[in-house]
Ligand binder design. Structure first.
Ligand SMILES: Nc1ncnc2c1ncn2[C@@H]1O[C@H](COP(=O)(O)OP(=O)(O)OP(=O)(O)O)[C@@H](O)[C@H]1O
Length: 272
């Protein structure tokens, strides 16, 4: 993937399995958001191919749900949490008036799944950052996508809300086999969930378990400068990169064999 002669990554062959949690790390400008845009069908790869649930990603596809970077919503916005989630569903299946009850139930279920029932009728602009984030996740999950794409979903949340939001995402992938691609600067809050890390820097990438990627040798090679990775009380601290990032090892892939395709596949060459 390149913009002009600026290469963000190349030679990336990646299958994200149903239920897998992939953390995407890298310095500012490395290409993390571009990777998400490619998976959303908003950015064409300069070379190679990317498939979501076996198909090219596209506008209106229900195969992928997206949790955008958190921007706090205007306090004056007239939308209720319930309306925001309905936006995630509308225009797909519930066009007809007689199916309104189904529609209402789907919205209520999505809100309940993230624990947002209590504030379903509150104006979203008045909710806390963590509450807003849960509602965004409910919106992204409302169509039961096979792939959940998250852009820094924990940014600006306190520790308690980080845990609550991560737990919602974790439960979803375990119970529904939803694959998660999670862009983050800070891997420690999701340390226990991460199956694999895609680390992008300097137009290159490394892909592997946290232990395989988050070590001094691998990151020093990737950044072409000495980088120290140390563990402090179970958290991994990275020192010496232009950006801070961290991670640790824990592997517990869930087996969700009922899907025919990887939730996300990207290959360096087109046509497989
Ligand atoms: N449409 C575009 N045209 C040209 N260059 C682009 C375009 N989109 C992104 N870029 C450039 O590609 C690089 C990667 O951008 P991207 O937003 O993917 O980085 P990122 O890893 O998400 O960074 P951050 O951590 O700062 O959000 C940046 O240098 C950016 O300026």
């Amino acid at each position: 993937m390149a913009f002009g002669d600026r290469v963000l990554w190349s030679g990336l062959d990646l299958d994200v399995a149903p239920g897998e949690f992939l953390a995407v790390l890298g310095a500012n400008g490395a290409g993390k958001s571009t990777f998400l845009k490619a998976a959303l069908g908003q950015q064409r790869l300069t070379a190679g191919e990317l498939l979501v649930a076996g198909r090219p990603p596209g506008r209106g596809s229900r195969a992928a749900g997206y949790v955008p970077q958190q921007k706090s919503m205007d306090a004056a916005t007239p939308l209720r949490a319930r309306d925001l989630v309905a936006l995630g569903i509308d225009g797909h299946r519930w066009g007809l008036g007689r199916r309104r009850a189904d529609h209402r139930r789907a919205v209520a279920d999505a809100l309940a799944a993230v624990g947002a029932t209590d504030y379903a009728d509150a104006p979203v602009g008045l909710l806390s950052g963590g509450e807003q984030q849960r509602v965004r996740i409910a919106q992204a999950l409302a169509t039961d996508p096979q792939l959940l794409l998250c852009d820094e979903p924990l940014l600006s949340l306190d520790l308690g809300h980080q845990r609550a939001v991560s737990a919602v995402i974790d439960r979803r992938r375990r119970e529904h086999g939803t694959a998660v691609v999670f862009v983050t600067h800070e891997i420690n809050p999701v340390l226990d969930l991460v199956d694999r890390v895609l680390y992008i820097a300097n137009g290159q990438h490394r892909l592997g378990t946290p232990a395989e990627v988050m070590n001094s040798a691998t990151l020093s090679e990737l950044y072409r400068t000495p980088v120290d990775v140390v563990t402090v009380r179970g958290r991994i601290v990275v020192v010496g990169t232009p950006d801070h990032a961290s991670g640790s090892a824990r592997h517990h892939p869930d087996d969700h064999q009922h899907h025919d395709h990887p939730a996300l596949r990207t290959t360096a060459r087109s046509g497989r």
